[in-house]
Design a binder for this molecule. Structure first.
Ligand code: F6R
Length: 624
């Protein structure tokens, strides 16, 4: 959510900043801007409402020069989407440029204080501008007579620290000042910031994918870190000014991994990556000899694992839906009472937790503000809290007591797809591990392992349905919305199918347990509102069949996903039948979600929606 890129080095800063912004555009895309200082100590700024392409166009008309600068792509929180509200923002002197992710909660108080001190030069409605003014004011006060550059740098650093100590809220920031050459400062609290370490050049970014084309050496900043960055060196200290050790890590992926290749959209690429990503989620974690899963990253001894008496799964959006599948899985395989909590609710409510409770946070990005809040709240209460994350360098991964990485590779499409199936596979592994320590026999464990191992090939089979689903999407392109229904393991898949549909087609969509139909939803049934039933040939197929009859009786079109003998029984009932490979109940969600990802995708393309950058959304929601 919002993207930051900063550069200081010998190369021209503007192309590097623009290139980084393009790679971060999925983080926010309502406006963009940059500021670069040239050899005459002039701060040149270009910013505009709209996409990065609009900024790039502006830069062709009005180029900038210089070898250090900061840039930003915005997802609006405070203030409308206008040129003025786009970042960077400036201090009262106009010499300091700052970009910011996060929310300054006490910005009104700070703004009033600055105004009563005589500062009337505010140009935007944003919280960010207030921070820029505060830092600028503190710097100008301390630096009035300083001419020496090292001293200016020291004063600038002090001003940043002093200002941030006054801030309530969250921030990832990068800033430059036209009087302080080849120098930038970054800081974080609650919003991610990474330092890219190059040769004779250094970078700041909110996400390493912005800079991985230039360097794979990175330092992931912690909350309350402030980093002073030159061309040749950097120094990380705390808000209080203490310096400490920081590790330079190698970024796991390369710039190649974040290319779209021949696919029309990242979302489609990521849907088609699922045979590989599901395989990677299980790689080295299956033990056919012991008929169980090996999850060393949980950092728990066998007695500790045996003592777990209750599990809470928490996350947001798609990750929460994966948790809902996990609830069915863990209860079915391990018989451990499991609950799913919205992270945004869990973090603020007083969920009674017993001594034997284990909490899992589920997050692709590992940076979602509410999920991070839930993790911190759970740990503050003294509960062991584990993460299921994709981004290994993320805050959630670093702050958890242990966990399981997805290894799904970067997910760029705003609508989550491959991360969902990896999360479900990992939750199956967790169910298997806990189950085998309780009631699950070797034969049952072995059957689950076989079904998991069969998944990548079965996903390949499901992906071959893409053309059929495209035809269905064309046929239903003028509907007013869609309803999704499923039972048991496939009820959360109905929720996820509806979420995908809403996000990228903007059509009305809802997911429900099939049986809820007759408790109210049936009032909605009409010919222009199709119902998608996830009805594999399982123990509840006949119940789903009843519900399908109820829809048909009211002239509602039915799109059915089924398996095995389901197709023959649905032949006269469903308008469309999509046949999935046969699989046991507990792994079916990994297969049944894929046609729904494809349905949303093809329908969005048919409706000419911007699939990878749907309106109002952004990847990785780092604000509350
Ligand atoms: C849906 C989607 C969001 C995310 C949610 C959590 O397609 O992308 O609902 O699933 O914002 O994000 P992570 O998993 O990064 O915590």
């Amino acid at each position: 959510m919002c993207g930051i890129v900063g550069y200081v080095g010998r190369a021209k800063a503007a192309p590097i900043l623009l290139d980084g912004l393009r790679r971060l555009e999925y983080r926010g895309y309502d406006s963009a801007g940059l500021a670069v200082v040239n050899g005459r100590h002039e701060l040149q700024t270009r910013k505009c409402a709209g996409r990065i392409a609009a900024l790039a166009k502006l830069m062709v008309k009005k180029p900038v020069s210089g070898s250090f600068g900061v840039s930003h792509t915005r997802w609006a929180t405070h203030g409308k989407v206008t040129n003025e509200n786009a970042h960077p923002h400036f201090d009262a002197s106009g010499k300091l440029a700052l970009v910011h992710n996060g929310v300054i909660e006490n910005y009104q108080t700070l703004r009033e204080e600055l105004i009563s001190g005589g500062d009337t030069n505010f140009r935007s409605e944003t919280d960010t501008e207030v921070l820029a003014h505060l830092i600028g004011k503190l710097y100008d006060e301390s630096c009035a007579t300083t001419v020496d550059t090292p001293q200016k740098k020291a004063h600038m650093l002090e001003a940043v620290r002093a200002a941030l100590q006054r801030v309530i809220g969250t921030y990832g920031i990068a800033l430059i000042h036209s009087d302080v050459p080849e120098f930038m400062i970054g800081a974080r609290r609650g919003s991610p910031l990474v330092l890219g370490v190059g040769k004779g050049e250094n970078f700041l970014a909110s996400d390493v994918s912005a800079i991985v084309a230039y360097t794979r050496d990175a330092v992931y900043l912690n909350d309350f870190d402030v980093v002073a960055v030159d061309r040749e060196k950097f120094e990380i200290s705390s808000l209080a000014g203490e310096t400490g050790d920081h590790q330079v890590s190698k970024v796991e992926f390369t710039a190649e991994d974040i290319k779209k290749g021949d696919y029309a959209h990242y979302m489609l690429k990521e849907i088609f990556e699922q045979p590989g990503t599901v395989r990677d989620a299980m790689r080295g974690r299956l033990s056919p000899e012991e008929c169980t899963a090996r999850l060393g990253g949980l950092n728990m001894t066998p007695p500790q694992l045996r003592d777990v008496g209750r599990i809470i799964l928490t996350g947001c959006g798609t990750a929460l839906h994966a948790g809902r599948v996990g609830e069915y899985l863990i209860e079915a395989l391990a018989n451990i009472p499991t609950e799913v909590e919205y992270a945004s609710e869990f973090r603020h409510r007083n969920t009674p937790l017993t001594r034997e409770t284990l909490v899992f946070t589920i997050s692709q990005s590992g940076e979602t503000a509410d999920t991070l809040g839930a993790l911190r709240e759970s740990r503050r209460k003294g509960f062991r809290t584990l993460g299921i994350c994709n981004n290994v360098a993320s805050t959630i991964a670093r702050e958890s007591d242990g966990g399981v990485y997805m290894h799904a590779g970067p997910e760029i499409g705003v609508a989550a797809t491959k991360s969902f199936t990896s999360q479900v596979v990992i939750l199956t592994l967790i169910g298997l591990l806990f189950g085998r320590m309780r009631t699950l026999s070797t034969a049952e464990g072995s059957r689950i392992i076989e079904s998991l191992e069969a998944l990548p090939e079965q996903i390949e089979t499901v992906l071959k349905l893409s053309d059929q689903i495209k035809e269905i999407a064309k046929k239903y392109a003028d509907v007013t919305g869609m309803l999704f229904f499923g039972r048991q393991f496939n009820f959360p898949i109905a929720l996820e199918g509806a979420l995908k549909m809403k996000e990228i087609t903007y059509l009305f969509a809802e997911g429900h347990p099939s049986a809820e139909l007759k408790h109210g939803i049936i009032a909605l049934i009409r010919p222009d509102l199709p119902s998608v039933f996830i009805a594999p040939d399982d123990g509840v197929f006949s119940k789903n069949l009843n519900n399908i009859e109820q829809v048909k009786a009211r002239k509602g079109p039915v799109i059915a996903l089924t398996s095995g003998n389901g197709a023959s029984q649905l032949k006269t009932l469903a308008n469309e039948i999509v046949t999935l490979p046969e699989a046991p109940d507990c792994v079916m969600p990994v297969l049944s979600v894929i046609p729904l990802q494809l349905l949303a995708y093809h329908l969005a393309v048919e409706l000419r929606r911007d699939v990878d950058k749907p309106r109002n959304l952004a990847k990785s929601v780092t604000v509350e």
